[in-house]
Design a protein around this ligand. Sequence first.
Ligand code: GLU
Length: 390
Amino acid sequence: MQLADRVQHLKPSATLAISAKAQELKAAGHDILSLSVGEPDFPTPKHICDAAKNAIDAGFTRYTAVPGTPDLRAAAAGYFKQHYGVQAGPENIIIGNGGKQCLYNLFQAVLNPGDHVLIPAPYWVSYPPMVELAGAKPVIIPSTAEAGFKISVAALEAAHTPKTRMLVLNSPSNPTGACYTQKELEAIAAWAIAHNVLLAADEIYDQLVYDGKTPLSLAPMWEKNPEHVVVLNGTAKTFAMTGWRVGYALAHPDYIKAMTRLQGQSTSNVCSVAQKAAEAALRGGLAEVEVMKKAFERRRNLAMDIVNTWPDVLCPRPQGAFYIFPDMHHHFTKAMPDSTAMCAFLLDKAGIAAVPGAAFGNDNCLRFSYAVSDETLESALTKVGKTLFG
Ligand code: GLU
């Protein structure tokens, strides 16, 4: 059988693959606790489900406009106005199949073969493959646990070449939970604008920030520099809507039009019923989100209390999202030399599923999701500690 060159070396998404493996093992009767995929364990709030039910009952089951219904595009634009004081209209919004497809569309719409895309590491697993699928080159900028897993403008400057076309910034970060400050965000955006680099701000976890922090966004920078900033977000993480697949991008109308042409030739519109649900989510306030956020913060604290007892493990305290990313390399051995081997060992010996840091561009670390019940989290991390440190 002959496959296209572009998929010959394409690896499956590690987050999804490990979660699928954990589910398979569970179904086969093994005792597995999965801290692998990043997915809220809460049900989608009732008013959102009701909007979907009403949409079905009203027969809202046909194609919609490719970039989304005008109402949902207006609701997404309204989100940026409500939370970040930004004036945007439906023409600045495309609705995609998750933030994931919006980002994929963006790369396809703006990158040419040979372009360089700066990606700070640790990064979300799908950024480099998506960049490569657009024919461009991911240029990874490493960061350290000691630096709180954040990169500096100096590091961007060092990585910049005439081929640099884009920078992907994810704050709060998956997998580290690191959050850039307003000042840092502005400095990075100013650098990108000055260098004619398009800044793709992946803000899928914007509402999930802890310790009383205020959500931050690059949307105000977009408003002033619409050709140099694109903001990506979605309903999955904020509203516990992972399976509904509704994401959105805020961008200059020319980017939106290009992404719409791509989407029109590939997937067409996002599920009509899911769009109605997303509209209810975006217009419905954040009362339920606040409850989920409190639970995530409690679990972050619980996870850190356990991880802080682990010897010779460095884990910057996450300030957002729902992952911890401890550096475990002091415990690698000849038989267990890297993050992939350590995850395999934990799955085999303790029945704990975690994602190897290698998939996020840092082979010293393991990613544990704390978007699970307190009991699962406590029992899983306690088992990890017992299995590795006795
Ligand atoms: N973004 C989530 C994660 O990192 C969901 C899975 C995925 O699409 O990668 O676990």
